[in-house]
Write a protein that binds this ligand. Structure first.
Ligand code: E4P
Length: 217
């Protein structure tokens, strides 16, 4: 399973890429606003230049014509841009046009297997089931990921499943077991994935023993 960062924070993206484990980024309007970015184009171009892989960027207009126009404009900003389109009837229509023009789509705000099936049929390159938001309303978000992966396998559908709205490291483990192609994680979850207290204790003990021997010699 690949790891994408779900953020618009430039420092976090740089750090994730430096670690050699982050191969893509997903953004959304909330994440962009949270970082105080004012110039959409400038920040998207900056992120795309840092990331060695796909960067999902959401359309922020409504209506098929306006979405198509904005999607094409955003797609022209960098070669690794993927357009995030919501899982609606309009979104499917936009996706099918963009797919025919070889513009990659990440169908976002996916909350059901049927939405995911339709996303793939419309030509989306990625689909993003929002696990945490389903958990928040008492559903089992990760079972949606499992079902989508299974159903795509049944029909050899090539759309990649991005486990999104990830809240904690356990989500990543379950997503990987379910066969999700990608988990897009907040930076804090990435750091939690790395950390283990026994690793820290082990390093401390090795260093301590090493220092003792070095002091004796
Ligand atoms: C994914 O592409 C979305 O940006 C993201 O995962 C949404 O997560 P949230 O539910 O924490 O806002």
């Amino acid at each position: 399973m690949r790891i994408f960062l779900d953020t618009a924070n430039i420092e976090q993206i740089k750090q994730g890429v430096r670690l050699g484990v982050v191969s893509g980024v997903t953004t959304n309007p909330t994440l962009i606003v949270k970082e105080g970015h004012r110039d959409y184009k400038a920040v998207v171009k900056e992120i795309c230049a840092i990331v060695p892989g796909p960067v999902s960027v959401e359309v922020v207009v409504e209506g098929v014509t306006a979405m198509l126009e904005q999607a094409k404009e955003i797609a022209s900003w960098a070669t690794n841009v993927v357009i995030k389109i919501p899982a609606t009837a309009e979104g499917l229509e936009v996706t099918s046009v963009l797919a025919k023009e070889q513009i990659k789509v990440n169908m976002t705000l996916c909350f059901s297997v049927n939405q995911a099936l339709l996303a793939s049929l419309a030509g989306a390159s990625y689909v993003s089931p929002f696990v945490g938001r389903l958990d928040d309303i008492g559903n089992d978000g990760m079972s949606l990921v499992e079902d989508i992966v299974d159903i795509y396998k049944n029909y050899n559908l090539t759309t990649k499943v991005i486990a999104a709205s990830i809240r904690h490291p356990q989500h990543c483990i379950i997503a990987a077991k379910a066969g999700a192609h990608i988990a897009t994680v907040p930076y804090q979850v990435l750091t939690q994935m790395i950390k283990h207290p026994l690793t820290d204790i082990g390093i401390e003990r090795f260093f301590c023993d090493w220092r003792r021997v070095s002091d004796d010699t």
